[in-house]
Write a new protein. Structure first.
Length: 220
C-alpha cells in the first residue's frame, strides 16, 4: 500500500506495468475532478479516452510503441499534437500540445470496484505557452474534461456489456484504431498471465480448457 498521484494504491503484488507520471514542471496548474462511479466497464472507459477520432476529430495514423505492461502512442489532428502513455492495466496520461504553444494533460485512473461498478479519477493539468496557465484556462479544461467524461459514462452503447472484446476478429478496426488495438493486446496479455497463474492450482480438465482459452486470447 502506498500513495501515488494523490490516491492510495493497494496491490497484492508488484504491478505488471510501468506507473504513469503526472506532469510537475513549474507553471503547471492542476485540479482533480470529483470521482465518478459508472456501470460502464473499466476497459471501455480507457478505450474511449484513447480514441483519436472522439469528438469528430480527424487524426493522423497513430504511432504506437509497446513497453512493459503498457504502451505509448502519438498522433496529430487539426487541434493538437497528442501523445498518450498507458500503464497496465488502467492508468492513462494524455498530453495535447496546442498550436499556441500551451499544453494540457488528462490523467485518468480507472478503478474496477465489482462486476457492475467502476470508479473514475480524472485530473486536468494545463501549462501556458510562456508563463503559468491562468485560472480561467484551468477552469475551461476542467469543464472540457468533465463534459468528455460525462459523454463516456452516459454512452448507451455499452449498457449491459461485459467489456471490450479482446480477440481482434470480433471487431472491425481501421488504422486510426491503433491505440485501442494496443489496449486490447495489453489487456489480453494481462488476462493470459492471470489465468496461467490460477491454472497451476486447477484440476487437469480445467487446466486444459484454460490453456485453450489463453491461446485464443493471446492471438488477439
Amino acid at each position: 500500500m502506498r500513495e501515488h498521484l494523490g490516491v492510495v494504491w493497494l496491490a497484492p503484488d508488484r504491478p505488471v506495468g510501468e506507473e504513469v507520471e503526472v506532469p510537475s514542471a513549474p507553471g503547471i496548474r492542476s485540479r482533480w475532478l470529483s470521482p465518478v462511479r459508472t456501470s460502464a466497464p473499466a476497459a471501455v472507459v480507457v478505450d474511449a479516452f484513447l480514441d483519436p477520432a472522439r469528438g469528430g476529430r480527424v487524426p493522423s495514423v497513430p504511432a504506437v510503441t509497446t513497453g512493459r505492461g503498457g504502451f505509448t502512442a502519438r498522433w496529430t489532428d487539426a487541434d493538437a499534437a497528442v501523445s498518450v502513455q498507458l500503464g497496465a492495466p488502467l492508468q492513462l496520461v494524455r498530453r495535447e500540445d496546442l498550436p499556441d504553444g500551451s499544453v494540457r494533460w488528462a490523467v485518468l485512473l480507472v478503478q474496477p470496484e465489482d462486476a457492475d461498478a467502476t470508479r473514475i479519477h480524472l485530473g486536468a493539468f494545463v501549462q501556458g505557452a510562456a508563463a503559468p496557465a491562468s485560472r480561467a484556462a484551468l477552469a475551461a479544461e476542467v469543464d472540457r474534461l468533465g463534459a468528455e467524461l460525462a459523454d463516456v459514462v452516459t454512452d448507451r452503447r455499452w449498457t449491459g456489456t461485459a467489456g471490450l472484446p479482446l480477440t481482434l476478429r470480433e471487431e472491425v478496426h481501421v488504422a486510426t484504431d491503433a491505440p485501442g488495438v494496443a489496449l486490447r493486446r495489453v489487456l489480453a496479455d494481462f488476462l493470459v498471465a492471470a489465468r496461467r497463474a490460477e491454472g497451476s492450482t486447477t484440476v487437469q480438465d480445467t487446466t486444459v480448457r484454460t490453456t485453450e482459452e489463453d491461446t485464443d486470447v493471446a492471438a488477439a
